[in-house]
Design a protein around this ligand. Structure first.
Ligand code: NAD
Length: 460
């Protein structure tokens, strides 16, 4: 069940009507919707699994890890903390405001548009929906048309579980999204590439609607001198092969010293053998590339540098073997854009100084990874790399911590969500001050005088 473009204006009127009725404001409604969302997932795990297999050949365990577990944990976390998040937050009132009280009162924004990307097509629409509902908003969900089976399933399931007067699903591609973006929303929450991010932000600017842009970019992984190569190799291979590299926070390239390159590549070879066997293209634990366009784009990268491991492709199944590239130069095609596939270039740099300079000369990444045993190096990396998220000695795992805000910086996005950060992002934090009617120190009122001036200065 979806809404056609001609009906978008009526859909918006109906959603505004629901919002204005106050329906979504009560905590009971919000908690009820979170429960319903959990039920939607629990009761339809097999159907969700089938849709994700049809779109991406996602292995069952990756569906649990990369889609369902994150959602269950976000729902549980929101349910547990919602009352506290939604409460007025008392703040200090200085002397000039006395006697009086001041507080921040979270309130819902109104109607939020959520646009998802195709790579985690369940998680990327429902994960922003959790804070949207928790904060008491109405929502329009626009799944990515590229993961078509999952989009259809979302359009079928959501109206069966959630309040249809407050949550709508719109299906479609560029034409439908263009028409949808002409509507006035109170927030647009977009996940996807930067090119469309600009289109979304331009459209939102027409209505001065705030946006959250969850974009991508080239997320570096740096190996420090003396790092545990065995552990780094295992975690990097896992993070890169998950969803066949089609993960916004997958390690995009590795920076390592010339002496460590060979042992690291060999350690990754052993890990690939251990995880996916010798015939990795045929592994049931390894996803496919979403479509032919992306398959061709990725195949083009195999000409950069030299293939150290992998490099085979299966055109009919749209699969690309996990591939490690060496002797890659910074101006090679594979280093110009986010790879977003199972290809991992390993570049050499003399040391940490050069690695930091390499990262800082480029767009700010969505995620950065640093493998080290040194506290001093760790401190330098944390202080000197501006990045959306950062993980020391692992990849991706910050996603499992609901209290860590998630989002990009600079070209990798704007605005953060997950946990309370998501609730705050999709709320308006209304500033309220209440003054007592008396006593009144009439220092701020005219007629002004030297005495009042002195007193004001003294009060600060
Ligand atoms: P996509 O093609 O699915 O597009 C995202 C959304 O934009 C979809 O809903 C799509 O319908 C819409 N869209 C596409 N073209 C449009 C147009 N011309 N006008 C209006 N809307 C349009 O996804 P994608 O861009 O291929 O996604 C991949 C990118 O997303 C990567 O860069 C990845 O790093 C990033 N990503 C980021 C996150 C994150 O959480 N930060 C998560 C996943 C993916």
């Amino acid at each position: 069940m979806t809404v056609e473009p001609a009906a978008y204006p009526d859909m918006m009127i109906a959603l505004r009507h629901s919002f204005d009725s106050g329906l979504t404001r009560s905590l009971a409604w919000r908690l009820g919707q979170l429960d319903a969302l959990e039920r939607l997932l629990k009761e339809n795990e097999p159907a969700i699994g089938r849709a994700l297999v049809a779109d991406l050949a996602k292995p069952e365990q990756e569906i649990l890890l990369g889609e369902l577990s994150l959602l269950y944990s976000e729902i549980r976390h929101a349910r547990r903390h919602l009352k506290r998040w939604a409460r007025p937050r008392r703040v200090f009132t200085p002397v000039v405001g006395q006697p009086g009280r001041s507080w921040v009162q979270p309130e819902p924004l109104g109607v939020v548009l959520i646009m998802g990307a195709w790579n985690y097509p369940v998680q990327l629409v429902l994960s922003p929906l959790i804070p949207a509902l928790a904060a008491g908003n109405c929502a329009v969900i626009k799944p990515s048309e590229i993961a078509a089976s999952t989009a259809d399933l979302m359009a079928d399931l959501i109206p069966r579980y959630l309040d249809t007067t407050a949550v709508k699903v719109v299906l479609g591609a560029v034409d439908e999204t263009t028409a949808l973006l002409k509507q006035r929303f109170d927030h647009v929450f977009y996940t996807g590439g930067a090119a469309v991010g600009r289109i979304v932000m331009r459209a939102a600017a027409e209505h001065l609607t705030p946006v959250t842009l969850e974009l991508g970019g080239k997320s570096p992984a740096v190996i420090d001198a003396g790092a545990d190569l065995e552990s780094a190799a295992r975690r990097l291979v896992w993070g890169k092969c998950l969803n066949a590299g089609q993960t916004c926070i997958a390690p995009d390239y590795i920076l390592v010293s010339p002496e460590q390159r060979e042992p690291l590549v060999e350690a990754m070879r052993s890990q690939l053998d251990a995880m996916y066997g010798k015939d990795r293209l045929a592994s049931a634990d390894y996803a496919k590339i979403i479509n032919r366009r992306h398959f061709d784009r990725l195949r083009g990268y195999l000409d950069s540098g030299k293939v150290a491991i992998g490099g085979r492709v299966d055109e009919s199944a749209e699969r690309i073997e996990p591939t490690i590239l060496i002797d890659v130069k910074p101006d090679d095609p594979v280093m110009q854009e986010e790879i977003f596939g199972p290809i991992l270039p390993v570049l050499t740099v003399p040391g940490l100084d050069e690695a930091l300079a390499f990262i800082n000369q480029r767009d700010k990444p969505l995620a950065s990874y640093f493998f080290t045993r040194s506290k001093a190096s760790e401190r330098r990396f944390v202080e000197q790399v501006s990045t959306g998220n950062l993980c020391i000695n692992d990849v991706l795992m910050f996603m499992s911590v609901p209290e860590l805000p998630f989002g990009g910086v600079g070209m990798s996005g704007m605005g953060q969500y997950h946990g309370k950060a998501g609730f705050d992002r999709l709320s308006h934090l209304k500033a309220v001050m209440k003054r007592s009617r008396f006593p009144e120190i009439p220092v701020r009122f005219a007629p002004y005088s030297d005495f009042k001036m002195k007193l004001l200065k003294w009060l600060g």
